[in-house]
Design a protein around this ligand. Sequence first.
Ligand code: SF4
Length: 717
Amino acid sequence: MSKVATRRIRFTRRDALKLLSVGGAVGAGAALGASELVHAREREVINECRLCTMHCGFIGTVRGDDVVAVRGDPASNTKGFLCQHGKAIPEIVHNRARVRRPLVRAADGEAFTEVEWERALDVAATKLAAVKDKYGPEAIAVQTGWPFVRHPMIHLLHRFCRAVGTPNLATVASLCEASARMGKSLVWGGNYSPDMAKVRTLAVWGSNPVRSYPPWLSLVAQVKKRGKLIIIDPVRTELANLADEYLQVIPGTDGTLALGMLRHVIENDLYDKALVAEHSLGFDELRTLAKPYTPEVVAKTCGVEPGQVTRVAHWLATVGPPGVWEGLGIEHHGAGVDTVRLVSSLVALCGGAGAQSFHDRKLDEGAPLPLLLPVDQQEPIPPAPEKRPVGFDEYALFCSIHRQAQASVLPKAMLEGTPYPVRALVLFGCNPVVTTPDAAAVKRAYQSLEALIVVDPFLTESGEYADVVLPAATFAEQPPLRFGKNAPTERDELPIDAVVEPQARARPDARILADLAARMGLARFFPWSDIQAAFASKRSSVVDDWAAQHLRAAPDRGVGARYPTASGKLELSSTLLPRFGLPALPVVVDPPAPTPEHPLRLVTGPRQRAYINSQLHKVGAITRLLPEAHCELHPDAARAAGVAEGERVAVITPMGRAVFRASLSTALRPDVVVVPHGWEGEANANLLTSESGLDPISGFPRLRALVCRIEKATTTS
Ligand code: SF4
């Protein structure tokens, strides 16, 4: 196929004159030369929005070097859909707050100075090399965020780390989605989500797809028509009003609720007996584990009615194939992976196997290394690092599956030197001061570093601690790569362009990485002109022995094992976790109980419709929608603290204090306070969170089951 993706619009001299006169430059047309005409010509370029994993196709209208408009591309996978974030692309690209030139901190350590690229790269590479020489390569860490989720850059970042010799790449997997993927994979052998064309009973559990996944809503409505819709969430979300049953659980008690439902299904003989007899492991142990979780016990712990527990369990097992759309609401607790395992076991025992859509591998496909996520590398493949990543001692399964460090414990390695010192950090498209638990410790850690290099289109709060800031191009200034499409269309065959060239002195991330590597004497590992060329060359999946050593499948599980787990069976009790020194059966960890000093329960981190995590907080079209961070609290709690709607409220936990604008809501439990994440400054939710009590399997932070008190905040407090 040889369609051309860049379409020239017919543009006449008369059009150019009209354009100039609209801009108030009447008369300028008389002097308009040929080059100005070419410059003013409009063209349309297709591309993909990469602000979230939907990858919506869009058509950008470009005049000269300006993206003047975007609209959804009807020929793309997403059929012309473009949300408010995608529509803001012109303002993202041409934003005045962007870093326009490389910045290097002045010798006095105070202000940044604008410098040319050569100087900035030299300073960055020299600092990194000095740390490597002094402490070893593992003292350099690289961290990346949401922009490179399911993006080929992740493979290049792995490559950079291998080339440097450090095992310490950390990604957003340290706190997003990985617990769910691990929990589901431990039970079923692979990650999955409910097939919305097949499920008849759907539980939306700790998730609000109205905010996190808007196109999904129409599918939820269809399920509701043919079966049952159940919402489980401490907040009465928009979907709860459509639900057949809404369970307003106490935050962090989801594991107990799942055990209560499992007990009901097992004790009432409602489970899939053929599955249990022929294809599962650990049923009797799970039955024993669930036994004490009577409806009354569960109701008391979870803050729901006993009848709700049994009714929902009964529906899941009897109405038709069940599915659970779970979110971070059940992952950010003391035992999020095990909670997901319990929910997964519930779906399996209730007959949900045929109604799930698997992401990475087919259900009956054997895998010699269950759970392992592939990392692609081209020749020459850099040697494997000698040391294990930071976090491996505590979260070996997480580090092994993802082959990366756990970001939540990186600040500790910087501050305390355990398990070894980390003295330099390169941040690619992330803002850990805002996204990592215990923001105060993160700031102290960054102040202690010998080199902090930040690659980002914007100067973030993390960037303010940097020695060097390198201005990255946005996705619209780089040609995207096609990958990871569930349903490729004809359009995916089109060669597509960057919408515009990188603005000011910005450069594509892949080029920055290659330039840094070259200055560190590692050019042989980055021989390509750009990321397109890198991914056009042959590559293969790389598995390091240290990551694979505990993940091997049982040699006797047989060809054609039903599930791609270590045993080939559905693992209600894990055969893999004991290899990592972890309990085979799921563990339930209760949330911390409120105290007289901190009498309320705090949930941090629900998504806000206006923003995508910490992104877009400097884009006017978005900030106008929500200029301030709002704390949601029940009117009773607000009244007790003397706080009125719209007033500033301080939220205080044992870790710290953050200030928000009060937003009163009866959609909350009276004892629950909810604050958003992704805000810098005094509204940074991670000023309230802690690095202790991490999930023992994934190292995920406990962001949604905390305790707090609230106070009216004066302008000076
Ligand atoms: S941010 Fe919006 S437009 Fe962009 S990919 Fe996601 S849903 Fe699509």
